[in-house]
Design a binder for this molecule. Structure first.
Ligand code: ATP
Ligand code: MG
Length: 245
């Protein structure tokens, strides 16, 4: 992947959610994982990278192209090119799993109904969800819903896939199901930027890990470096807390 940001700031009222983010990830890194304490700015950064939140200032470049935050059309194109899974973007409750995947392909990506249908069928097959195609979200387990949501996010072949805590609110077995799927996507060559509180998974799947706290990237590096020889005291303290159990 190729993603960079410089001098990125975003304030919500009194809260400085992003307080000068600078990073540059390039080369054969296919999974970038954001870790850090609650409120550190992970979701906000993901939203900015995904074109869903406009920063107060700063430059962001994704896949070699500088994002133009002042053009709604350009942001719309950016969102079309990439894929997202955010907790607030739930499945449509009154649509089947199949329709949940097919509809955005039609309405957002402009595919014909029959092509969208075939593409949705293929996405369900890929994640072994075929038997659930006709079910409504309420008839699916949390893990299955999340897999449908991920299938929806990748059905159009996104350049980059942004996942914000894809396993929060899932029990351990469903978490494993979703984490397997993400590892599978990585194997298939999908570039992914994700935030997670699952440190074991982060360490396993990440090529690069960024530790965010108080709106800044306090440390960034490969997974082994961050988890074994991180230098920032806040990172060490964070890891010693979350790795204790
Ligand atoms: N829309 C908003 N309005 C007001 N404050 C916000 C908004 N979005 C985020 N914030 C604040 O910005 C800060 C960063 O939030 P963010 O959601 O990016 O953190 P996070 O690292 O994703 O945390 P968590 O691990 O709990 O998901 C927090 O203090 C949060 O309360
Ligand atoms: Mg968050």
């Amino acid at each position: 992947m190729k993603v960079s940001a410089s001098g990125l700031y975003k304030r919500f009222g009194e809260t400085q959610a992003l307080d000068g983010i600078d990073f540059d990830v390039a080369g054969d890194i296919s999974v970038l994982v954001l870790i850090g304490p609650s409120g550190g700015g992970k979701s906000t950064l993901l939203k900015v990278l995904g074109g869903l939140e406009i920063p107060d200032r700063g430059i962001v470049s994704v896949s070699g192209e500088e994002m133009n935050f002042s053009s709604e059309l350009s942001l719309l194109e950016h969102r079309r090119r990439n894929g997202f899974l955010f907790q607030s973007f739930n499945l449509f409750p009154h649509k089947s799993a199949l329709a949940n995947i097919a509809l955005p392909l039609e309405k957002v990506h402009g595919l014909s109904p029959s092509v969208a249908h075939d593409r949705a069928i293929a996405a369900l097959e890929r994640f072994e969800l075929t038997e659930h195609a006709a079910k409504f979200p309420a008839q699916l387990s949390g893990g299955q819903q999340q897999r449908v949501a991920i299938a929806r996010a990748i059905a159009h072949g996104p350049g980059l896939l942004f996942l914000d805590e894809p396993t929060s609110a899932l029990d351990p077995e469903m978490t494993a199901e979703v984490l397997d799927l993400i590892a599978e996507l990585k194997k298939g060559g999908q570039d992914i930027v994700l935030s997670t509180h699952e440190m074991g998974f982060a360490r396993q799947v990440a090529d690069e890990v960024a530790f965010l706290t108080e709106g800044k990237i306090a440390e960034i590096g490969n997974a082994a470096k961050i988890f074994e020889s991180g230098e920032d005291p806040r990172l060490r303290q964070f890891l010693s807390r979350v790795m204790r159990y």
